[in-house]
Ligand binder design. Structure first.
Ligand SMILES: Cc1cc2nc3c(=O)[nH]c(=O)nc-3n(C[C@H](O)[C@H](O)[C@H](O)COP(=O)(O)O)c2cc1C
Length: 184
């Protein structure tokens, strides 16, 4: 069965990013996938300390012990990753940046320790209407996974959002399509 993880970079109580990720996951589940939502922005995930302990031994991952620790196995086991973030001051959120930097631990002295064949896709939400304005942030969201060997799908970027209730049916439909495609 295809395993899909949805990783959310918004801690907002009523998050449009979360709603889009959950919509995609629910569609994937209906299509037969096993899914799990990870509320990464609300977890205790520190930034990378740059100690390079992960580069000393191909068998050893990150030595920092926090909420990222159990996620390494879940990430590795997943066939597909949906990673989403709102835009904050022109960037992805700080919380999701900490998560992304910690993926560096998958790069051991002998190369990527990440299971091959993984797919990844980004979801970006923003207030500004121009959905091309922060397209680079979608690349940054999936960049770590891509560097470690994952293939990257077309991102879903939704502008004009100031509250989760602003999500239009067509954006939710696009999230459903994204989730269904990953479950194939
Ligand atoms: C701290 C902060 C900074 C923001 N900066 C931007 C920005 O630079 N550009 C933009 O288009 N929207 C910006 N927004 C709006 C959010 O990106 C937008 O409302 C997004 O959909 C929120 O997602 P969420 O509901 O999942 O938290 C900002 C919102 C916050 C709270």
């Amino acid at each position: 069965m295809t395993k899909i993880l949805g990783i959310c970079g918004s801690a907002a109580p009523k998050s449009s990013t979360k709603k889009l990720i959950e919509t995609a996951l629910n569609a994937a589940k209906s299509a037969g996938a096993e899914v799990e939502f990870i509320d990464a922005a609300k977890m205790n995930i520190h930034g990378c300390m740059g100690c390079l302990a992960c580069k000393a031994d191909q068998a050893k991952m990150c030595t920092q012990k926090d909420d990222m620790t159990p996620l390494y196995d879940k990430i590795n086991a997943a066939d597909a990753i949906i990673i989403g973030s709102p835009i904050y001051f022109g960037e992805n959120t700080g919380q999701i940046k900490c998560f992304i930097d910690r993926l560096y631990a998958f790069l051991g002295p002998e190369g990527s320790r990440m299971k091959p064949g993984k797919k990844t896709v980004a979801i970006i939400t923003q207030g500004y209407d121009d959905e091309k304005a922060y397209a680079q942030c979608a690349n940054t969201l999936v960049g770590g996974f891509s560097y470690l060997g994952a293939s990257v799908g077309e991102p879903l970027i939704v502008g004009g959002l100031h509250a989760a209730d602003d999500l239009k049916p067509e954006s939710l439909a696009a999230a459903k399509t994204l989730g269904k495609k990953l479950a194939e």
